[in-house]
Design a protein around this ligand. Structure first.
Ligand SMILES: *Cc1c(COP(=O)(O)O)cnc(C)c1O
Length: 427
């Protein structure tokens, strides 16, 4: 490594990194700027970002339309509390989200991160029943699921997954099952729900793709089955679209629309501001919202993050929605998917590769066991691409504006990195 910037050498001892064993960590790469799909490192190298900064930077870095909106907002009203005060961008955004989401998902509660949006969804669902005098506070959730890192959201994640299994026993107790993938499994789940009648507030699921749990896909059948089960057992259905929502899957802006299933509550974040500012939303149907209307002040939704509906964040989100309207993101997402299908296919034949799969602008190479993350990541960086393998997968979720040449580079590098590892370790 060449000489590192002064801020980096001085601050490194003080910054505690996410999901990282600090004793053995490979030094993170100092980034000095970014534009489009490229990150520029302190030593002058450029990397194509194959992850969109944790799936958020869908329009690429520094899109002038979003930048201008944030700039304008900064100069008029950067932030104001939503308790008792109102501002234009939050109100416009709520109306737009309500119009985009299907049915009567019309009531938007803002927060500042995905985990909090899920906490709010869980609180909404539980209190919806409490307001009717029913104590139903547990959730049905799924193996392979991921909904955040706070305590309540950890409780609805996969219970055996490494990140959270440590806290087993300290978390809220939930009902965790496999996703139903066929009518027999739907029927079995129905019987299980019968046995837990009156305990559960709702069902929480990442629709169509379980992201941080390993990029595992399921069909619309699963979601339709969950809707049927929710209706039959009077449970609320929560779709956590924080990863899949906003064009990542290519066929529509939201997974609920792709599956033709109407949830009661939806959570959004990640791509909402195009990866510029932290913002999240929990959107409820009319029935849920009306369950909080009452003469009793204690029936109100008791939540209110300090930075909820941050004005710069909402301005960025409105600008991001403009881009979804004006530019062909869905088509780009589908095109990326077709390219990834073709370019990742050769990895299928490599020894040590269990599966190669693509859905929308998500491309996954799944290995037989835990991926050698540092080794694969270094092999990709050496070839000019930023990727961060986890669990047993090397995956890409590129910015949706990524052009054909850059997708080709990302996918080729993925296959090369896995080939190199496969040849060295598998003979
Ligand atoms: C990332 C993610 C979250 C958590 O969002 P944060 O902003 O990291 O708190 C929740 N649910 C899903 C499906 C996610 O992908």
């Amino acid at each position: 490594m060449t000489q590192q910037p002064d801020w980096y050498t001085r601050g490194r001892r003080h910054v505690w990194l996410p999901y990282t064993q600090m004793q053995t960590v490979r030094p993170p790469l100092p980034v000095t700027s970014a534009k489009g799909v490229r990150l520029t490192l302190a030593d002058g190298r450029e990397l194509v970002d194959g992850i969109s900064s944790w799936w958020a930077t869908v329009h690429g870095y520094r899109h002038p339309h979003i930048e201008a909106a944030i700039q304008r907002q900064l100069e008029t009203l950067p932030h104001v509390m939503l308790g008792g005060l109102a501002h234009e961008q939050a109100y416009i955004l709520a109306e737009r989200l309500a119009a985009m989401l299907p049915g009567d998902l019309n009531h938007v509660f803002y927060s500042d991160s995905g985990s909090v949006a899920v906490e709010v969804a869980m609180k909404m669902a539980a209190q919806f029943w409490l307001n009717q005098g029913q104590r139903r506070v547990k959730f049905l959730c799924f193996r392979g699921g991921y909904h955040g890192d706070t305590f309540a959201t950890m409780s609805v994640c996969d219970p055996d997954e490494g990140m959270h299994s440590l806290f087993k026993g300290a978390l809220l107790e939930q009902l965790v099952v496999d996703l139903p993938r066929n009518p027999a499994q739907e029927a079995a789940l129905g019987e299980l729900l019968d046995r837990h009648r009156g305990e559960l507030a709702g069902i929480i699921v990442e629709p169509l793709v379980q992201g941080a749990g390993g990029m595992v896909f399921h069909d619309a059948f699963t979601l339709q089955a969950l809707r049927r089960l929710a209706d039959a057992h009077d449970l609320l259905l929560i779709f956590d679209e924080i990863f899949v929502g906003l064009a990542r899957l290519g066929d529509d802006m939201f997974a609920c629309r792709i599956a033709g299933v109407q949830p009661d509550i939806v959570t959004l974040s990640k791509a909402l501001t195009g990866g510029t500012l932290p913002l999240a939303a929990t959107i409820a149907s009319a029935r849920i919202y009306e369950g909080f209307l009452s003469d009793d002040p204690l029936h109100a939704l008791m939540h209110g993050p300090t930075y909820m509906g941050n004005a710069m964040g909402c301005a960025a989100a409105n600008a991001s929605l403009d881009l979804f309207e004006q530019e062909p993101r869905l088509e780009q997402s589908r095109t990326i998917g077709r390219q990834l299908e073709r370019l990742l296919a050769p990895a299928r034949d490599l020894s040590g590769v269990r599966d190669v799969r693509v859905r929308g602008a998500i491309g996954v190479i799944q290995l037989d066991g835990t991926a050698p993350a540092d080794l694969l990541s270094a092999a990709c960086i050496a070839r000019g691409v930023w990727l961060r393998p986890f669990r047993d997968i090397l995956y890409t979720t590129p910015p949706l504006i990524t052009n054909e040449a850059d997708i080709t580079q990302i996918a080729t590098v993925m296959v090369e990195a896995v080939t190199e590892w496969s040849n060295e370790t598998r003979g």
